[in-house]
Design a protein around this ligand. Structure first.
Ligand SMILES: NC(=O)c1ccc[n+]([C@@H]2O[C@H](COP(=O)([O-])OP(=O)(O)OC[C@H]3O[C@@H](n4cnc5c(N)ncnc54)[C@H](O)[C@@H]3O)[C@@H](O)[C@H]2O)c1
Length: 319
């Protein structure tokens, strides 16, 4: 089979996606790559790794040609809260890396997965059941790069026939690698603090609803879309995918079922609150369900149970 290259494999999604792809397609067929020199030990030991700067299109070209990669999962990016601290770097990295890899995809003709985000929406977007096609006027620089990225992918698909596909991920909750500085990071941290200290300080207000997804569903979405029949896809970048919608207060209540006495205080970060207020509560993902059979396996209850079990084992039983 043709090889698969994961660009940005060292991050929150890339670490678990690489392991998942290796399980499906075989370890030697899935190459991890990142600008970082070292990744999670399981990833470094579990298969091939190439250190690569995605911004350098010559290096990207050489690696993909040499390895004969037929699919690229492109995850290199800077996330929302970090972007806001350095907007120039946000644009340079998020657009520069994508542009560089799309140019190579045009020449070498591989299939590409490029995730967008709920961050591609803004305060003028309908917040509830956010349609697939709707107003996209984000007020964060991260969102600006996500909308521009969606359009650039569509351009390469329509103009040059590049088979580029993507989803708009909600906030992703996971327990292997910490999140990389997004607005929804609190929803991961709350589990760590609940298990370790039985108390948590939230930087978002208790009634801030956001669209969220557990990592196993995020991995399933990526691979299902990449395996889908091209002719059935009405969209390329990017399909809305949803799994659950909750507020910090609701998440705390779900945690209390397993950790009685868990408390939350609120110390609001105005920057992240403003970004969260402009993002959807929940997206309408009927196009993904119709075109390639998307359906999530986890809700808040099942995710909370599993997150607490895994973190309890890690922190209290040393597993
Ligand atoms: N995590 C989420 O909740 C979430 C939600 C919506 C969308 N997304 C999108 O999914 C993608 C992956 O997100 P993530 O959470 O894994 O991000 P992350 O920040 O955890 O990981 C990004 C990885 O990209 C690497 N990288 C950065 N610049 C690079 C470069 N020049 N060359 C090669 N690698 C480079 C980083 O070293 C890092 O390992 C991003 O496009 C992000 O916008 C993530």
């Amino acid at each position: 089979m043709k090889k698969i290259l994961v660009i940005g494999a060292g991050g929150q999604i890339g670490t678990e996606l690489t392991a998942y792809l290796r399980e499906i397609y075989g370890a030697k067929n899935v190459i991890a790559s990142d600008i970082r020199a070292t990744l999670h030990p399981d990833l470094m030991e579990g298969g091939p790794f190439i250190r690569m700067d995605a911004m350098d299109s010559r290096q990207v070209y050489q690696v993909i040609q040499r390895e004969k990669a037929g699919q690229v999962y492109f995850l290199a990016a800077i996330l929302s809260a970090v972007c806001e601290k350095n907007p120039e770097m946000a644009w340079d990295v998020n657009m520069g890396c994508l542009n560089s890899v799309l140019r190579v995809a045009h020449e070498l003709k591989f299939r590409m997965f490029v995730p967008s985000s709920i961050g591609a929406f803004g305060s003028t977007t309908p917040k509830h059941n956010t349609p697939q096609l709707t107003i996209q006027r984000p007020n964060s620089i991260y969102g600006v790069t996500k909308v521009a990225g969606e359009l650039l992918c569509d351009y390469y698909h329509d103009k040059y026939g590049v088979d580029v596909r993507g989803v708009r991920y909600p906030g992703i909750i996971s327990n292997v690698v910490p999140p990389g500085g997004g607005t929804t990071d609190y929803a991961v941290d709350i589990y760590h603090k609940a298990v370790k200290y039985k108390t948590f300080t939230s930087y978002l207000k208790e009634d801030t609803f956001l669209d969220m997804m557990y990592m196993p569903d995020a991995l399933k979405a990526a691979v299902s879309l990449m395996e889908a029949d091209h002719d059935k896809l009405h969209f390329h970048n990017a399909y809305n995918v949803s799994a659950m919608s909750f507020s910090p207060k609701m998440q705390a209540e779900a945690i209390r079922k397993h950790i009685p006495g868990f408390t939350v205080r609120y110390d609001i970060d105005p920057v992240r609150q403003c970004i969260a207020d402009s993002w959807p509560d929940i997206m309408d993902d009927s196009a993904a369900r119709h075109d390639w059979g998307w359906s999530p396996d986890h809700d808040l209850g099942s995710m909370t149970k599993e997150m607490i079990e895994v973190l309890n084992d890690r922190f209290h039983k040393g597993k």
